[in-house]
Design a protein around this ligand. Structure first.
Ligand code: UD1
Length: 382
């Protein structure tokens, strides 16, 4: 059995690490036919802090193939990935290609494999925001339409696929694979010291870190690409967040670039209670999340991690493909869009809340095993 799995960007790494472990465990069990596994990295994320740190800390072996695509427009990233991935498929001839999440690598590699008649499995299938202005929604829709096996993280996602008419035999509810990484890495992260994380990653050493603290992460074009949306967020952090607690803002490369371009980075640097951090590694972010009074984010994965850890989570988006993380579904998340008044109201509520961890069904740390079992089952049925 020849399996090829694909990663491209930061949020893929914590999803593929447990899957690769599951393959290793399978291959270590005697009596079972061995799986020949190849890991392909499209190279979409390439910085030390966006990439190498995650491979090291999650103990992922170096990719067998790196397509070296790098940054570019969406069409460039997808187009170059398809051209390079086609060559890899011709050389390696896998039986199945496994893609995770919703980044450009997910779309490009599922389309390429399917056009070559190779079966595709999508881990984290069925999530829907309904928002076609998000590139991730397009990536999810196309990938799910083409996939031969769709592994869903929750029952809402399974329902979404059923509503779209996907044949039931192709869908299996397996749980959330990212929570496998959280379970596996929790104890190691818990040993880290928050102060040391802050001093190690601070962009411009200045004020002393004093808890309690909020964690901020933003990178979506809808929040950071226009000054009309980014400036009010910066003002909120300075005028509302910082007077209440310390703000630890981890800066994605895109956000840093835009703050510089709009000449508003200095405003943040000058505010004594806002500490700007480089992108953190997996364990550092998990450790901050364990103690944060509130998370302010537009990340999908963080909404899920906050749910399991119970960190109140304010999401700067109008919608989410992960509704199970919202308060309406017993989660911790609230959508505030770009409405700074709503953000201010919810922020004041959130910092007074007690943590309330919630574990959706099958977010139990064993999803990777179930993914592999399903793939093997479907390979045999071929
Ligand atoms: C991508 C994913 C998004 C995910 C996010 C996590 C898609 C469509 N988007 O968005 O779903 O939530 O990753 O980070 O695939 N850059 C660097 N170094 C890097 C990578 C990027 O400096 O290692 C800079 C480049 O200037 C680049 C910008 O960041 O233009 C954005 O990177 P890109 O890969 O286009 O998308 P993300 O915004 O990271």
């Amino acid at each position: 059995m020849k399996l090829m799995s694909v990663v491209g960007a930061r949020p893929n790494f914590m999803k593929i690490a447990p899957f690769i472990n599951a393959i290793k465990q399978h291959n270590a069990s005697s009596g079972l036919p061995k799986i020949v596994h190849t890991l392909v990295h499209t190279g979409q994320h390439y910085d030390e802090r966006m990439n190498d740190n995650f491979f090291r800390s999650l103990c992922i072996d170096a990719p067998d193939v790196n397509l070296g695509i790098g940054s570019g427009s969406h069409a460039q990233q997808v187009g170059y990935t398809m051209i390079a991935f086609e060559k890899t498929l011709v050389e390696r001839q896998p039986d199945w290609v496994v893609v995770v999440g919703d980044v450009n690598a997910t779309l490009a590699c599922s389309v390429t494999a399917k056009k070559m008649g190779i079966k595709v499995c999508h881990i984290e299938a069925g999530l829907r925001s309904g928002d076609m202005s998000m590139p991730e929604e397009i990536n999810r829709l196309v990938t799910d339409r083409l996939s031969d096996l769709l592994l869903t993280p929750d029952r809402l996602s399974t329902e979404n696929l059923s509503k779209e008419g996907v044949d039931k035999s192709k869908v299996a509810f397996v749980g959330n694979i990212m929570i496998d990484s959280l379970e596996l890495q929790y104890d190691r992260a818990a040993l880290l010291d928050v102060r040391s994380i802050v001093s190690k990653n601070q962009m411009a050493p200045k004020s002393v870190f004093v808890p309690p603290f909020a964690v901020v992460t933003l990178h979506r074009p809808s929040n950071v690409d226009k000054i009309e949306t980014l400036l009010p967020i910066v003002d909120f952090m300075i005028q509302v967040s910082a007077p209440s607690l310390t703000v630890l803002w981890t800066l994605h490369p895109r956000t840093l670039k835009m703050l510089k371009e709009f000449r508003i980075l200095d405003k943040l640097v000058e505010c004594a209670r806002i500490i700007l951090l480089h992108p953190l590694d997996y364990h550092e972010m998990l450790r901050l999340n364990m103690d944060a009074a509130v998370m302010i984010t537009d990340s999908g994965g963080l909404q899920e991690e906050c749910t399991v850890l119970g960190t109140p989570c304010l999401t700067l988006r109008k919608n989410t493909e992960r509704p199970i993380t919202l308060r309406e579904w017993s989660g911790v998340g609230v959508l505030v869009g770009n409405d700074m008044n709503k953000l201010a109201i919810e922020f004041q509520k959130a910092i007074r809340l007690k943590r309330s961890p919630f574990r959706p069904e099958l977010w139990d740390g064993k999803t990777a095993e179930r993914c592999l079992q399903q793939i093997i089952l479907h390979m045999r049925q071929k």
